[in-house]
Design a binder for this molecule. Structure first.
Ligand code: RNT
Ligand code: ZN
Length: 412
C-alpha cells in the first residue's frame, strides 16, 4: 500500500499520519554505548564482571574510544531521527594513566563531549558499580566495610558531577542511572541492614555531589535477581520505589528485572502517577535477565503502547542489552529501529476510541478492534518516515552494516 493510501486509511480512524511522523522524529532514544564492546569499557582488558555477563565472542569488537565512537556514528546513520548516547563511567578516556573510579571527573569525558557536540547527540550517564576490585563479596554501597562504601560513595559523587558537566556543555538534561549489583547468593540472615546501608550511602552521594537538579535527572534501577545473587538483591523493586519516591529521584524499570510472567508495561501508569516521569531500560529477557537484542514482540509492543498513551515526553527511553554473539553494530541498529517501530505502531493506534469502548463496557468491540488495528498498514508509514529521515526503510540497512563489517570491523 502506498503512503497516500495508508494516510487515508488511518485518517478514517482519526489518526493523522503527518503528525505521527513529525512526533516520532522528536522522540530521542538513549543508545547504550556498552553494546559496542560487551560492556568492556576502557579501564582494563578484564571485561565485564560483578553481576554483568555477556556471552559470545563475535569478531570486530571496539577496543578503543575511537573505534567505539566510529561504530556508534555508523549505527546512528542507519537509525531515523536524532538520539542520545548512554555512557558508563568505565568508558572514561584515560590516555594511558587510569584514574580510579573515586577520582574520575569531567577530564576523562572531555573527548566524549566534544564528539557528542560535533554529532549533535545528547549524553546520558551511569556510575559503574561493577567490573572492579572494590566490589567485595558482591557488594558496593551496601557493604558492611565502611572503606568499601566510602570508595563507592565517592564514585557516585564524581559521576553526578560528570552528568552535570554533560548537561551543562550540551545544554540538554542528562539522566544518570544508579544500578548496583549488591545482593546475596543464599538466604541472608539480615535483609534490613544492607538496605539501610544502601540508603545511607545514596543519601551521602546526593547530599554531597554538586549538580544542578534542573538539568541532571538521577534514576535508580531495581533488580529481582542476578547470577550469584539469586536469593536477595538489596535494590529490590520495593526498595527502589520507596527510596526514589521519598528522595525525589526517578525509579528506573528494566524489562529484564522482574519475574518473567510479570507484565512490566502494566507498571508504567503507576510510575507515571507517582513520579511524573518514567525511566526505562528496554531489554529482552529470555528465561532470565539475558539482555538479548530487543525484538518486535508482545512485551515491547505493550511497553510502547503505554509510553505513547502516557506521553513519550514523560519518559527516558534507554536501551539496555548486550549480545556478544552477533555483529554489535547490527545489534544497535536493529534494536533502535525496533523500538521506533513499536512506538510508531502505538502512535498509529486510536487509543481514545479504544478507551471509550472500555469505559462503555463494550469489551467485545474493544477486543475485536484491538486486534483489527494491528493489521493496519504500519509499513507504509514507516517507509515514509525513513524516506523523510533519509535512512533506508527496509532490510537494505543490513547490507551497509555488512560492508562496514567487512571493511572495518573484521580488520581490527
Ligand atoms: C544490569 C542492569 C544495568 C546494566 C547497565 C550496563 O542488570 O540492567 O542497567 O545493564 O548499567
Ligand atoms: Zn538495566
Amino acid at each position: 500500500m502506498s503512503y497516500k493510501e495508508a494516510k487515508k486509511k488511518f485518517a478514517k480512524i482519526g489518526i493523522d499520519t503527518e503528525k505521527v511522523i513529525a512526533d516520532l522524529a522528536k522522540i530521542p532514544i538513549s543508545m547504550h554505548c556498552w553494546q559496542g564492546d560487551d560492556v568492556g569499557g576502557f579501564e582494563s582488558v578484564g571485561g565485564a564482571s560483578n553481576g554483568i555477563q555477556t556471552t559470545g565472542n563475535y569478531p570486530g569488537k571496539a577496543t578503543t574510544p575511537e573505534q567505539l565512537m566510529a561504530d556508534i556514528e555508523f549505527a546512528m546513520k542507519l537509525i531515523p531521527g536524532k538520539h542520545r548516547v548512554n555512557l558508563h563511567a568505565c568508558y572514561g578516556i584515560h590516555n594511558g594513566k587510569v584514574v580510579d573510579r573515586d577520582k574520575i571527573g569531567p577530564e576523562q569525558f572531555k573527548p566524549w563531549v566534544k564528539w557528542a557536540k560535533k554529532n549533535g547527540y545528547g549524553l546520558d550517564f551511569n556510575p559503574t558499580f561493577f567490573s572492579h576490585k572494590n566490589v567485595v563479596d558482591g557488594l558496593t554501597l551496601s557493604s558492611p566495610d565502611p572503606e568499601i562504601r566510602k570508595f563507592w560513595i565517592k564514585h557516585g559523587i564524581k559521576c553526578l558531577e560528570i552528568a552535570d558537566y554533560f548537561a551543562k556543555e550540551l545544554k540538554k538534561p542528562c539522566s544518570i542511572n544508579f544500578w548496583c549489583p549488591d545482593g546475596y547468593k543464599d538466604e541472608p540472615s539480615d535483609r534490613l541492614g544492607p538496605r539501610q546501608r544502601m540508603a545511607d550511602s545514596l543519601d551521602k552521594i546526593f547530599k554531597k555531589a554538586k549538580y544542578d537538579k534542573k538539568r541532571v535527572l538521577p534514576c535508580f534501577e531495581s533488580k529481582l535477581f542476578g547470577i550469584g545473587v539469586e536469593s536477595y538483591t538489596v535494590n529490590s523493586h520495593e526498595f527502589v520505589m520507596g527510596y526514589a519516591q521519598s528522595r525525589g529521584i526517578l525509579a528506573l524499570l528494566d524489562m529484564g528485572h522482574f519475574h518473567l510472567t510479570e507484565n512490566v508495561a502494566d507498571k508504567i501508569s503507576s510510575f507515571l502517577m507517582f513520579f511524573g516521569k518514567v525511566a526505562f531500560h528496554i531489554s529482552r529477557p529470555v528465561r532470565w535477565d539475558s539482555d538479548h537484542v530487543i525484538r518486535q514482540n508482545d512485551d515491547l509492543r505493550a511497553a510502547a503502547q503505554e509510553i505513547v498513551k502516557m506521553g513519550p515526553e514523560n519518559f527516558i527511553i534507554a536501551l539496555d542489552y548486550f549480545d556478544a554473539s552477533i555483529c554489535r553494530v547490527a545489534a544497535w541498529v536493529l534494536g533502535m529501529r525496533n523500538m521506533q517501530k513499536e512506538l510508531l505502531k502505538a502512535m498509529l493506534t486510536p487509543h481514545g476510541m479504544l478507551k471509550d469502548l472500555q469505559d462503555a463496557g463494550a469489551f467485545t468491540a474493544q477486543l475485536v478492534l484491538q486486534e483489527e488495528f494491528k493489521d493496519y498498514p504500519f509499513e507504509a508509514v514507516w517507509d515514509e518516515f525513513c524516506a523523510r529521515m533519509k535512512v533506508p526503510a527496509g532490510e537494505e540497512w543490513f547490507k551497509t552494516v555488512q560492508k562496514y563489517e567487512k571493511d572495518v570491523l573484521l580488520k581490527r
